[in-house]
Ligand binder design. Structure first.
Ligand SMILES: [Zn+2]
Length: 209
């Protein structure tokens, strides 16, 4: 039996696509925003795939790619579920914010796993991770050159130490077809440099880099 929702996101019937907006209830700071999504449920069951973009709000080509994927993937060809959330940094988008989230001046991409009682970005990261991301088998976060960047397409993926998971992650990174892949340190041992230059054009599961 197919689930009728994935966290705060209602799902359409099998073989259908639905677009809408969701929010994180019970948190005034988060709930003043709505996040657009496109959910595609195949007729046949299969893996669940999450595609996100816009955690850096001015990386427009990643956002555009996510929107096109959501519009163009044919539900009849999907086995499983594809959920597209094309704009994670919702506060930053209309301010054309480069790298950071204007709610707290932080880089959302560095705040995972977040904190339930933290800053805006930490709370967003916590809710996104615990209510949405963990429900998926695969997660892909699309980036791009930010407003002030020009970069070569590449993938960042994280090594987890779980060999079965690492093999799946490597397969995802290779499937993307980029010439370059950057292996990121396991969670908690992040390298000191941030990824602003070059910023990731795409990153494969696990969430996030
Ligand atoms: Zn980015």
């Amino acid at each position: 039996m197919q689930e009728s929702s994935l966290g705060p996101i209602p799902l359409p019937a099998a073989g259908q696509r639905a677009a809408g907006r969701f929010t994180f209830t019970g948190d005034e700071g988060l709930a003043k925003y709505e996040w657009p999504y496109i959910a595609i449920v195949g007729k046949v069951s299969g893996p669940t795939v999450l595609i996100t973009a816009g955690i850096h709000a001015a990386e427009y080509t990643g956002i555009e790619a996510a929107i096109r994927l959501g519009r163009e993937i044919d539900p009849a060809r999907v086995h499983g579920i594809v959920l597209v959330i094309p704009l994670l940094n919702r506060p930053g988008f209309y301010e054309r914010s480069v790298y950071v989230n204007p709610e707290d001046g932080d880089n959302l991409n560095r705040l995972f796993p977040g904190r339930a009682d933290g800053t805006w970005g930490e709370r967003f990261a916590h809710r996104l991770l615990t209510e949405i991301v963990v429900r998926f088998d695969h997660a892909i976060d699309l980036h791009a050159g930010d407003l002030v960047e020009e970069l070569t397409p590449f993938v960042i993926y994280r090594e987890t130490g779980d060999s079965a998971l690492d093999e799946r992650i490597t397969r995802m990174a290779n499937a993307y077809g980029a010439r370059w892949a950057v292996r990121s340190a396991p969670a908690g041992r992040r390298q000191s440099s941030d990824w602003r230059r070059p910023s990731p054009s795409s990153s494969a599961s696990p969430w996030p880099t």
